[in-house]
Design a protein around this ligand. Structure first.
Ligand SMILES: Nc1ncnc2c1ncn2[C@@H]1O[C@H](COP(=O)(O)OP(=O)(O)OP(=O)(O)O)[C@@H](O)[C@H]1O
Length: 593
C-alpha cells in the first residue's frame, strides 16, 4: 500500500475534491430518513398538509444537492483512478526498461505483463472505490448508528451487538481473503505465461499435431486460476450473507423491542429501519471495498517487486564487475595469444570471467580469458549450449560476470557509462526481432537520421536488396508483428542491415546468418569484411556453429562447456585443435593429406 499512497499523494488535490463532494453526498443521504420521519410524524400522522409540503420540499432539496455532489464526485474519482493507472503503468514500464537482464529473467516477461496490466487495474478499482465508497461507508455507518441511538436511545444495546458482530465478520473475511487473492493473482501469472508460450509456439504445436496435449496443459493452468479465484470469491460469498443476516436480525430485534418501548412513533421507526438498511448497505460496500483493497494490496506488492529491483547500473562498482582477488589481468589458464592495436590497447579483454545464470546450477562461462585487438574479426564456434551467446551478452553488459574482469579498450566495462558502452556496438541476435511497421521504420532504429542512400547501402551490405526490391512497396512495405510476413533468412538480413546502420565500432553477430544459404552467407560476410576494411575501425565478433562462417576470421575461439578449449586462426586450429578439426570433418568432410 506504500506504493498506492505515493501515487495518491501525486493527485491529492483531485482526491480531496472528490472526497469533499462525497462528504456532501453522504450527509444528504443520512438526512433523508430523519426528514422522512418528520413528514410522517409531523405531517401525515397529524394530517398537517403544510408540514408535509415543507418537509417534502426540504427532502427534495437535500436529494438534489446529494445528486449533484454524486455527479461531481463520480467525475473526479474516475479521472483520479485513470491518472493513477496511467502513472503506475508508465513508471513500471520505464523501470522495466532500466532493469538488468537478470531481473527480467527472474521476474519473467509474462509476469511483468500481468503486473503492468491486470495488477494496475486492481489498483485502479481500489482507488476508484476509495473515492466513491471508502469515506462514505464509515461515515454512513457511524452517522446512521448515532442517529438511531439519538432517535431510539433504548435500543442502543441492539445496535452495539450488531456493530460488534459485523466488525468481527469483516475482520475474519479480510484475514481469510488476503492469502487467497494472492494465490489467485499468482495463478493468473502462470496462466498468462502459458498463454504466451502457446501463442508464440502455435506453428510448432500445429506442425507436431500437439494441439490436444497443449490444450490439456492450458486447461490445467486455466483450472488452477479458476480454482484459486473460486476459493477467493468463496470468502465474500460466505461472509457477505452473514453480515446481511446480522443486520436484518438487528432490524427485527429493533422493531420487536420498539413495539412496546416506542409506540406511536411510526416515522421514527421507519427512519430507524431505513438507517439500519443504510448500515447494511454500507457494510456490504465496506466488505466489497476491503476485498478490492486486499486484491489491490496483493497487486501493489507485486508491482513493488518490479520497483524494488535494482536498476541496471549506468556505471558502478557492485559485485558483478568487482574484480575477484585472484582474477585481475593475470594471464588465463588457457592463454590466448594477446594482440594489441596501434595504440597498444586491446579492443576487448576477458580475464578469468565466470558467469552463472540466475537459478542455473552450473556456470555458463568458466574462467574465460581472451583478448581481441581492434580492429579485427573474431569467430566463436562450439557446440550448442557451450556458452557462445552468454559470452557475447557480457560485452554490452546485458549480464555481468560474478567473477573476473572485462575491459573495453582497456577500461573495465563497469566503469563505463552504459549508454556510451552500448553506443560503440551493434548486436544482431540469434532470433531476429522486428517491430510492427515498415521495412524503413525497422531500419531507422539503427540510425533515425539515415538518408535513403545510407539505408540502401546497409540493405545491400546485408544482401537484403534482392528481396526488399520485390516487396510490394519496397522499403516502405509493411511488416507484420515480429516480421511474420518475412522468411527467417529475410528477417535475419533485415536485422543485420539495421545493425549496420549504427556504424558500430564493434559488430556482434550471434549466429544470425544461420537461415541463409551458404552462397548468400558468404556474400554477406565478404561485404562485412569489406566494410570493416573501408571503415578501418569496425571490428566484428561472429558466433556460429558453422566452420564456413568463422573460418575467414582473424582469430577463432573454440568453446566447450563454458570454457575456451582453443584459439587461433583457421589454419592454426586445424593443426592444433582436435575439437575444431572434428567440427571441420563433420561439416566439410575429411581433410585430404
Ligand atoms: N537465461 C538463462 N537462464 C538459465 N540458464 C541459461 C540461460 N541462458 C542460457 N543458459 C544456459 O547457459 C548455457 C550456455 O547457453 P548459451 O545460450 O550461451 O549457449 P550457446 O553456445 O550460445 O548455444 P547455442 O549454440 O545453442 O545458441 C546453457 O547450458 C544454457 O542452458
Amino acid at each position: 500500500m506504500r506504493l498506492i499512497g505515493g501515487y495518491v499523494r501525486r493527485h491529492i488535490a483531485m482526491v480531496c475534491t472528490a472526497l469533499t463532494f462525497l462528504l456532501v453526498e453522504t450527509i444528504t443521504d443520512l438526512l433523508q430518513p430523519t426528514l422522512m420521519s418528520h413528514v410522517v410524524d409531523d405531517g401525515v400522522t397529524r394530517r398537517d398538509v403544510s408540514s408535509v409540503l415543507h418537509w417534502g420540499m426540504v427532502m427534495l432539496g437535500a436529494a438534489a444537492l446529494g445528486a449533484m455532489a454524486a455527479v461531481i464526485r463520480n467525475v473526479y474519482s474516475s479521472r483520479f483512478s485513470q491518472l493513477i493507472g496511467r502513472d503506475i503503468r508508465s513508471d513500471a514500464f520505464a523501470k522495466v526498461m532500466r532493469l538488468p537482464f537478470q531481473s527480467v529473467d527472474r521476474l519473467r516477461t509474462s509476469a511483468i505483463i500481468t503486473r503492468i496490466t491486470n495488477d494496475v487495474v486492481q489498483i485502479q478499482n481500489f482507488t476508484q472505490g476509495m473515492t466513491r465508497i471508502m469515506l462514505k461507508a464509515p461515515i454512513t455507518c457511524i452517522g446512521a448508528i448515532v442517529l438511531i441511538i439519538i432517535q431510539v436511545p433504548r435500543q442502543t444495546a441492539v445496535i452495539l451487538v450488531v456493530i460488534l458482530v459485523c466488525a468481527a465478520l469483516t475482520t475474519a473475511s479480510m484475514r481469510a481473503g488476503f492469502p487467497r487473492f494472492m494465490r489467485a493473482q499468482k495463478a493468473l501469472d502462470s496462466l498468462g505465461s502459458a498463454s504466451r508460450e502457446f501463442l508464440v509456439s502455435v506453428r510448432v504445436i500445429k506442425s507436431f499435431g500437439a494441439e490436444d496435449r497443449e490444450q490439456r496443459k492450458f486447461d490445467i493452468a486455466a483450472g488452477h486460476f479458476a480454482r484459486a479465484t473460486v476459493s477467493a470469491s468463496r470468502i465474500s460469498a460466505v461472509y457477505g450473507p452473514l453480515i446481511n443476516l446480522t443486520v436484518n436480525a438487528g432490524i427485527i430485534a429493533l422493531l420487536w423491542l420498539s413495539r412496546t418501548q416506542d409506540p406511536g412513533r411510526i416515522g421514527v421507526l421507519m427512519a430507524c429501519v431505513n438507517y439500519m438498511t443504510q448500515v447494511l448497505f454500507a457494510l456490504g460496500r465496506v466488505s466489497a471495498i476491503l476485498n478490492t483493497a486486499v486484491r489491490a494490496s496483493a497487486s501493489a506488492h507485486r508491482i513493488e517487486e518490479i520497483f524494488d529491483e535494482p536498476d541496471e547500473r549506468p556505471t558502478g562498482e557492485g559485485p558483478a564487475q568487482t574484480e575477484s582477488k585472484n582474477a585481475r589481468h593475470k594471464p588465463s589458464e588457457n592463454p590466448v595469444r594477446p594482440r594489441t592495436n596501434a595504440a597498444g590497447t586491446d579492443l576487448l579483454t576477458f580475464s578469468n570471467v565466470t558467469f552463472t545464470h540466475p537459478g542455473a546450477s552450473a556456470s555458463s562461462l568458466k574462467q574465460l580469458s581472451f583478448h581481441m585487438p581492434g580492429p579485427s574479426t573474431l569467430g566463436i564456434i562450439g557446440p550448442t549450449g557451450s556458452g557462445k551467446t552468454t559470452l557475447i551478452t557480457m560485452i554490452p553488459r546485458f549480464y555481468q560476470p560474478q567473477k573476473g574482469t572485462i575491459l573495453y579498450r582497456g577500461v573495465p566495462l563497469n566503469s563505463m557509462d552504459l549508454h556510451d558502452l552500448r553506443a560503440h556496438m551493434a548486436i544482431v541476435p540469434q532470433h531476429p526481432v522486428l517491430f510492427t511497421g515498415t521495412v524503413r521504420s525497422n531500419l531507422l532504429w539503427g540510425d533515425p537520421a539515415a538518408t535513403d542512400e545510407e539505408l540502401w547501402q546497409a540493405i545491400r551490405r546485408a544482401s537484403a536488396d534482392e528481396f526488399i526490391e520485390h516487396l510490394d512497396h519496397g522499403i516502405d512495405a509493411e511488416i507484420g508483428q515480429g516480421g511474420v510476413n518475412l522468411s527467417g533468412g529475410q528477417q535475419q538480413r533485415l536485422s543485420l542491415a539495421r545493425a549496420l546502420l549504427r556504424k558500430p565500432e564493434l559488430l556482434i553477430l550471434d549466429d544470425c546468418t544461420s537461415a541463409l544459404d551458404g552462397f548468400t552467407e558468404a556474400r554477406v560476410l565478404d561485404n562485412l569484411r569489406e566494410m570493416s576494411a573501408e571503415s578501418k575501425g569496425m571490428s566484428m565478433i561472429v558466433v556460429s556453429q558453422r566452420i564456413s562462417t568463422v573460418r575467414g576470421m582473424d582469430e577463432i575461439l573454440v568453446m566447450n562447456a563454458g570454457s575456451l578449449s582453443d584459439s587461433g586462426t583457421h589454419d592454426e586450429l586445424m593443426s592444433k585443435s582436435a575439437q575444431y578439426h572434428a567440427i571441420f570433418e563433420s561439416q566439410i568432410g575429411p581433410v585430404r593429406a
